[in-house]
Structure formats: C-alpha cells, structure tokens
Design a protein around this ligand. Structure first.
Ligand code: FMN
Ligand code: FE2
Ligand code: FE2
Length: 398
C-alpha cells in the first residue's frame, strides 16, 4: 500500500523507511534505521526529485503511482547518483519513458556507468543557476560538488522557499510517522552529527561553500534525502552544520577514548575523567572497542579536547584504536587539542604509534606529557596523571 506524506499543497514525500538494514554503506550501524526520501511536485508539469534505494522500491513505486493519479511524469531530477537514492532510477525511467532526466553533466555520465539506460534523447543537463519551471514552482539548481559525491546538486524552490538539500542536512534514523521534525532533540542531533561527520565530514570546505550559497536564498524548509524535513528551528541545524563543516568544536570539553584489553588502561581513563569532572569540565568517556568508529568520529567532531589512551599491542597501538585513529585522520578532523596515555607491560609504545597516525591532522595541538603506565596504575603514577589532567584543564579553561 502506498504511504505518501504531504509537505505542501502540491509537494509530497514519496520515499520509504528501512529499519532492517544493519550497516548503512556496509559500515555504519543504524539501530534506528534510515529513510530514503524522494519528493514529488504535483504542478502543471509533474516532477520527481530523486528516487530511492532498492530496499524500499515497492512502496516508492506504489507512492509514485498514487500521487500521479494517472498523469504522466514529466521530469525526474537526479540530485545525487549514489545508489541509496538512484538504484531505482532505471526502473523509474523505464516506467515513465516520457520523463526528462534533469541532472548535471557529471551525473549523466554516472547514470551511463551504473545503467544501460539510454538517456541522451531525454537528458536535460543542469548547470549552476539553471531553472526548471513546472508552473507554480521554479526549481533553481545549485551545484554542490563533493557533498557527498562530485555530481551532486541541490534544488531551491522559490515558490515555497524550500531547499531540497540532497545528502546535506540528512540524518540516520527512520521517520516515526511524521515527515517533519519541529524540535531537533539531542537524539536527532546525535544521529545527524554521526551521519554528517562520517558521510560528508571529510568535505568541510565544500559544505561551507554550499552553506554560503544557501545563505543567499530565503529558506523556510529543508528537505534532505535522509531523515526528517526541517521547517522550524532551521537555525539550530544550520549552526551545527556551520560548526561541523569548519571543524569548530561544538562543546568545550574532553572526550576520553580508551582501548584496554585487561581493564588497566580503562582504569586510568576513568581516573583522569574523574579528575577533569572535579574541575568542572564536561567529560565523555568511550571504549573504542565497544563504541563503533562512526560514534567515536562523531564525538571527536563535538568536543574540543581529546585524550587517547591505549594498551600497547605487538609493539604498536591496539587494533580498535588504530582503526579509530585511521578513521579520524580520513575524516580530516582539525582544530583539536590532543593528549595521550599509553600502557605496556614490557615496552610501551602505543603513544608514539598514535601520534604517528594523527600527525597529518591540521591545526591540532598535542599537549601535556604523555602518561606511561607499566601494566597497572600505581600511586607513583598519580603525579603524571594529575599533571596531564592539569595541562588539559589549563588549556581548556585558560
Ligand atoms: C596481544 C598482545 C600484545 C601485546 N604487545 C605488547 C607490546 O608489544 N609491548 C608491551 O609493552 N606490552 C604489550 N602487551 C601487553 C599490554 O600492553 C599490557 O599488559 C598492558 O598493561 C595492558 O593494559 P590493559 O590492562 O589496559 O589492557 C600486549 C598484550 C597483548 C594481549
Ligand atoms: Fe550520498
Ligand atoms: Fe545518501
């Protein structure tokens, strides 16, 4: 049965929700699922903005048939050719052979790569600022390369002041009935941050460029390709995006990420966290072997200061810490203050390995004397622990 949601008098959400997929893009845990959004404009001409992932194909095609009420589909706008949005494009294009395909030249090339579909006879190439007039709506296309692929464009509808933002302003998490989220709560912001930082976090300058373009438009609603449509409190999410894309910490506080086989490095992490808390500093402790890499990367984008504490493992850093640090470097984290704790029973060397993995990070400051623990924390180690906590606190509190 179709399941469409009204956005405006003549704009409908025709996407679908997937709560069964374990790993988005084969790597990101999505305990609350994910939505694949597609939008239909029921104007003098009919237009579809993006299709959906194949997992929700059946409901999507039922939705599309329902909103068309027997009319022809005139345009399929392809903002992003990644298969979570375009796996059903070929089927849609074959079902509605009269529909023009509107996309960037780069996107057209990708359509040819992914499908055997003949598109040249029905292609309408979109460049920066091009307008598609559907009657009441005038859809202006703005290029947004690398948010999240090179062919991406977003679409601004001046009639209803809506920005169809492609992957930008998206979030993990399936929709709970409503298409709108009027109050972005901490749950939503957490999943939105995890989505942004892991999917597009690497491309901060490109997101900043898009935000600049968007700032010139009068926007009352943002319709992304994942998660909820936003219509109130847009400032809250725009502020988050401004911080995330410029690698500006959201919060002055300390994230302590530890890797521990037997629990002794964890113990040191807890002791430092307690000391920082006593100084009135907001502290968050995470076990890199338990929390997923995507959760850790997201939290690294949130906090200003990070302490990495790891067991030495085969003359290097513990495997889950190594994975996390590689991921942090791959996501281009910047502007952070970092300190290390290492543990080892015969030749502690985890800190050196950690520093090496993070040496390419831009504008990061490494502070405090690395704390070295030989197997388990002793009274004699406490002055080093105190010194590190003091150095971090001083840096943070000035
Ligand atoms: C597979 C394995 C490899 C290890 N390799 C080293 C090493 O190369 N150098 C070292 O000093 N300690 C090594 N250790 C010992 C741990 O780093 C050390 O016992 C440390 O105290 C563990 O801290 P934890 O209690 O937080 O796990 C290794 C331990 C394991 C399990
Ligand atoms: Fe994408
Ligand atoms: Fe996507």
């Amino acid at each position: 049965m179709y399941c469409v949601k009204k956005i405006k008098d003549d704009i409908y959400w025709v996407g679908g929700n997937d709560r069964r997929l374990e790993l988005f893009e084969g790597v990101y845990r999505i305990p609350s699922g994910v939505s694949y959004n597609s939008y239909f404009i029921d104007d003098e001409k009919t237009a579809l903005i993006d299709t959906v992932d194949k997992s929700v194909a059946e409901v999507f095609f039922a939705n599309l048939k329902h909103v068309l009420h027997g009319r022809n589909l005139d345009y399929i706008v392809v903002q992003h050719m990644e298969p979570d949005h375009s796996a059903t494009l070929e089927r849609a294009a074959m079902m509605y052979p009269d529909a023009k395909i509107v996309c960037t030249a780069k996107c057209a090339q990708m359509i040819r790569q992914f499908f055997s579909l003949e598109i040249d006879s029905r292609l309408q190439t979109a460049s920066e600022g091009d307008v598609l007039d559907t009657g009441r709506h005038r859809l202006t296309f703005l290029l947004a390369p690398m948010v999240h692929w090179p062919e991406v464009m977003v679409t601004y509808d001046a009639a209803d002041k809506i920005l169809f933002s492609a992957d930008a302003f998206g979030s993990f998490g399936a929709q709970n009935g409503d298409i709108f989220l009027d109050e972005p709560d901490s749950c939503y912001i957490n999943e939105s941050r995890r989505y942004y930082t892991n999917i597009v976090g690497k491309y901060g300058p490109q997101v900043t460029a898009l935000l600049k373009k968007a700032a010139a438009a009068d926007i009352e609603m943002i319709c992304p390709l994942h998660g909820y449509a936003l219509r109130n409190n847009l400032d809250v999410m725009i502020d988050k995006y401004t911080k995330w894309s410029s690698y500006t910490p959201e919060e002055s506080g300390v994230l302590i990420c530890y890797a521990s086989v037997y629990g002794n490095t964890q113990n040191a992490a807890e002791v430092i966290a307690g000391k920082l808390s006593e100084k009135g500093i907001k502290t968050c402790v995470m076990d890199v072997s338990k929390s997923s890499e995507s959760e850790i990367v997201a939290m690294c984008f949130k906090y200003s200061h990070i302490i990495f504490a790891s067991t030495t493992y085969n003359n290097g850093v513990f495997i889950s810490m190594e994975n996390v640090l590689n991921d942090i470097a791959a996501h281009n984290l910047q502007n952070r203050t970092i300190a290390f704790v290492q543990n080892g029973s015969w030749a502690p060397s985890a800190a050196k390995a950690m520093a090496k993995l993070l040496e390419g990070l831009k504008n990061c400051k490494f502070i405090g004397e690395t704390v070295t623990i030989k197997s388990a924390l002793k009274d004699s180690d406490m002055c080093c622990i105190d010194n590190l906590a003091e150095a971090v606190a001083e840096d943070l509190q000035g």
